[in-house]
Design a protein around this ligand. Sequence first.
Ligand SMILES: [Zn+2]
Length: 377
Amino acid sequence: MKKRYQLVGIICIIAVVAVMIAIWYFTQVHGMGSITFVEEGSVVIEYGDSYDPNECIKEIDGALKQPVEIDTKKLGEQTLHFLVIKDGREKEFTYVVMVEDTKAPIIEVSEKEVTLAVNDDYDPNHYLVSVKDPVDGDLPQSDEKKRGAYWLSDDVDMSTEGDYTLTVLAMDQAENEAQETIKIHVTSHRNSLPASHSYTGGYDSGADPYDCEPYYVNGILLVNKKHPLPPSFGGLDATAATALGELQAAALLDGFSLPTLSGYRSYEYQGTLYNNYVAIDGQEIADTYSARPGFSEHQSGMAFDVGAIDNNFGNTEAGIWLREHCHEYGFILRYPQGKEHITGYMYEPWHIRYVGVGSAREIHQRGITLEEYLGER
Ligand SMILES: [Zn+2]
């Protein structure tokens, strides 16, 4: 008899506990909203990116009471608070995400290749436009490798002829690194410099960069010895830069590498180059191989030197490809052979200018220069 009472008692206790659990379940858990998140620790967000915190949610039972805030401009772990509301009751869930900086600094140089004469002044900072990091901003120069800075390394010996390399290295606070190199050719004789942007005709005596407007004909900018650009005009042209990328990609598919050797040059930079040459050789000789500030088409942001700065480049397969195909991407060979008297510049098989596909095709097919196309000759 005693055993049976014991059994009934145990069953009663189990029954009461079961009912209590059921009541608790239906009031607390079942009635509450819930969230299932994506795998813990798998959400890493790039610094500064726009990010929708709802992407952390795999499943939600209920609704978010308010939008969840995330500050992607704060590095490190961040706890997100999700307030879920269901049947009028709220419950908070937290989830930890990580904001990281994985973007390398961006090094911008004005030239990829520089030719100097033995014992010329050489200042590596001349060729550096900027070193910026998407997170840390402008990076300062340092003598040695360190976080949040850039430093220079080279093997240049200005007293000896040769080909040298200047390397610009940068590292941001998160230890992302970037590198850019510039080839420095030191030659023994000034007259062995490539005839870059050579002078054959005279500058127009009335052409003054300080007293001119950018000269457009039918919407196309013309820069030559008659029509300079004012000092304030400048910047890389985004359309031209994109077209250049397409041209280089197409060349690569055909087996030719056409590296950018020189792109946008500011008025100030062209002035520094030109004045250096004038100081060494005098204006008359400097005018034979360097454009005066304001007169370089590179200031337009639509002119590029690609391939190789070498008069023989036009006879190479890559040079021929460039001449035959650049119009398909909106470019023309700006200083063609036999047109020196019209363009005012020696033949430059490496210098291309963006004018748009329609104009480039016509200029190519008719075998004319930009001056002739625009009726300026
Ligand atoms: Zn050029």
